[in-house]
Ligand binder design. Structure first.
Ligand SMILES: *[C@@H]1O[C@H](CO)[C@@H](O)[C@H](O)[C@H]1NC(C)=O
Ligand SMILES: *[C@@H]1O[C@H](CO)[C@@H](O)[C@H](O)[C@H]1NC(C)=O
Ligand SMILES: *[C@@H]1O[C@H](CO)[C@@H](O)[C@H](O)[C@H]1NC(C)=O
Ligand SMILES: *[C@@H]1O[C@H](CO)[C@@H](O)[C@H](O)[C@H]1NC(C)=O
Ligand SMILES: *[C@@H]1O[C@H](CO)[C@@H](O)[C@H](O)[C@H]1NC(C)=O
Ligand SMILES: *[C@@H]1O[C@H](CO)[C@@H](O)[C@H](O)[C@H]1NC(C)=O
Ligand SMILES: *[C@@H]1O[C@H](CO)[C@@H](O)[C@H](O)[C@H]1NC(C)=O
Length: 273
């Protein structure tokens, strides 16, 4: 029965990464009941293939925020050894010969990340080489505070299936959907679970949302004709991707993002003559 299921899963904060049964771990999923993205429509969207310490693999999303740095969820990269970053494509993995692919093992997880409550579920990935911006690959600026009832867009290769009770499946194509940011107290009421002020939730018309595999991907908002990054996909509600999705508020971590990037960027120093 549906009600029974809801009461079991209602309060469960499910990290939205994908774990598959064979040598795969983490949740992957594509946007639930979304629209297929066109090449260049979300040029900051990155696909992550993460090699884990236990030889499992996790898949997720990230957003390019400079020519070397990506913003993602901590739960996508915790226990990572190597991360393959793919940019400039709507096709998952390496199916597109014109995609940019690079491997890195440099990433920084928030010091206070809690893998149970998913508080501070934020991480930065640094690529070994800088990417050249094109029509298909561009960084997205960090956005301001996301107000209530604003329209936002989420994108990813997460699970698109309606029935998630069995297994999980990444999408081969990048999907997106439009959602509405809701007040935190409404999110707490809908999910019957606490969230903090550095998190935010979205709802849809009841048929779409971020899903397993969309984790780490960007929630974006169009402000005065410019797309800005306002959230990182973090958690869902039970096994129903039409129910509220939770994000890390980008604006709450602006200082952490700036200082972490600064701390780990090579200084350009003058040579003494
Ligand atoms: C990480 O990737 C590099 C480059 O492909 C490879 O040489 C290295 O063995 C990998 N490390 C691990 C621990 O898998
Ligand atoms: C959470 O972190 C603890 C401590 O690092 C670890 O023992 C545990 O396995 C982690 N749990 C999950 C669900 O990743
Ligand atoms: C953008 O991607 C498309 C599809 O892969 C490709 O045909 C096109 O050359 C790319 N454009 C640039 C500027 O990289
Ligand atoms: C809400 O959560 C509380 C505490 O976990 C629980 O006791 C209660 O049964 C839940 N209510 C619903 C409607 O699921
Ligand atoms: C998921 O939630 C939506 C919105 O409340 C509901 O209409 C739908 O029946 C639910 N799906 C499942 C499989 O429980
Ligand atoms: C998907 O979304 C569309 C438009 O929002 C809606 O009409 C349709 O019923 C949804 N499909 C499913 C299977 O929920
Ligand atoms: C949008 O542009 C207008 C006019 O330049 C400005 O007043 C407003 O503050 C801008 N809005 C945001 C959210 O930046």
């Amino acid at each position: 029965m549906k009600l029974y299921q809801l009461s079991i899963f209602w309060a469960v904060k499910v990290a939205l990464h994908l774990v598959s049964s064979e040598k795969r771990s983490g949740f992957e999923s594509r946007i639930h009941n979304g629209t297929a993205a066109k090449i260049g429509q979300f040029p900051w969207q990155a696909y992550l293939d993460v090699d884990l310490r236990d030889s499992y693999v996790k898949e997720g999303g990230a957003a390019l925020i400079s020519n070397k740095w990506l913003l993602t969820a901590a739960h996508c990269v915790s226990d990572a050894i190597n991360i393959t970053v793919v940019l400039g494509t709507t096709l998952r993995g390496g199916q597109d010969p014109s995609a940019f692919r690079t491997k890195t093992n440099e990433f920084y997880i928030h010091e206070n990340y809690n893998n149970v409550t998913l508080d501070n579920d934020i991480a930065l990935i640094k690529m070994k080489i800088a990417v050249t911006f094109t029509r298909n690959i561009t960084a997205i600026p960090l956005g301001g505070y996301l107000e209530e009832f604003v329209s936002v867009t989420v994108s990813g290769w997460g699970d698109t299936r309606q029935d998630l009770s069995e297994g999980m499946e990444m999408s081969d194509i990048l999907y997106y959907t439009e959602l509405t940011a809701i007040p935190n107290d409404l999110c707490i009421q809908l999910r019957n679970d606490s969230i903090n002020e550095k998190q935010v939730c979205t709802i849809s018309d009841g048929t779409s949302g971020a899903c397993r595999g969309d984790s780490g991907g960007p929630l974006v908002r169009l402000v005065n004709g410019t797309w800005t990054h306002v959230g990182i996909v973090s958690f869902g509600t039970g096994f129903n991707c039409s129910l509220p999705t939770g994000y890390i508020r980008t604006d709450s971590y602006r200082e952490w993002i700036k200082s972490t990037m600064k701390k780990h960027s090579k200084k350009c120093s003058f040579k003494k003559l």
